[in-house]
Design a protein around this ligand. Structure first.
Ligand code: ZN
Length: 186
């Protein structure tokens, strides 16, 4: 298991809340705040040497439900950032279908900003520079450049899946039960 494996934290109703790093998860375990867990795998954390000369080892399940205060809305999905926008669109230009690296992608406003188009998940798509320039200050209809897919706002499960590059199979299984049709594998 990789060092950057993260732990999926749920509330006690089983609603996914956030990704935790090892230290954050270990703190919850040590404080006895884990209510139940899921998943087929565990993250091992090695602690210090105890008085018997043994190194303490903590095995943390990869999906944990916890007590504790939640300081934000469970269903909140943050505003658009390029990293997640490009991942949502699978690094594919939504006009010509070219798959390019993130460095070569741009954020295109479907309804241009100058014409009132906002910075929302549903008004933004990944586009290659060439298409973005060609489209210019037009709508897709005016530019005769139809979108290849409907842009969607990720729900919380989709957002969590998009925001972790090192997601484990059991974590993905859990999250994908909450995916909309947009995110289901083709
Ligand atoms: Zn393109």
């Amino acid at each position: 298991m990789q060092m950057n494996t993260r732990i999926l934290r749920l509330n006690k109703a089983g609603i996914p809340l956030q990704w935790l790093n090892r230290e954050e998860a270990a703190t919850l375990v040590v404080k006895g705040l884990i209510l139940w867990s899921l998943g087929d795998s565990a993250v091992t954390i090695r602690g210090g040497i105890n008085r018997q000369g043994l190194r303490s080892v903590l095995n943390i399940p990869t999906i944990i439900a916890t007590e504790g205060d939640i300081h934000y809305n469970d269903h909140h999905v943050p505003a658009v950032c390029n990293r997640l926008l490009f991942r949502r669109d699978r690094n594919t230009c939504m006009y010509c279908g070219d798959q390019v690296t993130s460095e070569r992608l741009t954020r295109d406003h479907i309804v241009p900003r100058s014409r009132g188009g906002g910075e929302s998940w549903t008004n933004l798509v990944a586009a290659c520079r060439r298409c973005n320039q060609r489209k210019g200050n037009k709508t897709p209809e005016e530019a005769n450049m139809p979108l290849l897919a409907v842009p969607f706002k990720p729900n919380k499960m989709e957002y969590l899946a998009l925001s972790n590059r090192n997601i484990l199979a059991d974590q993905m299984d859990f999250l994908s039960s909450g995916f909309s049709k947009h995110m289901r594998p083709h």
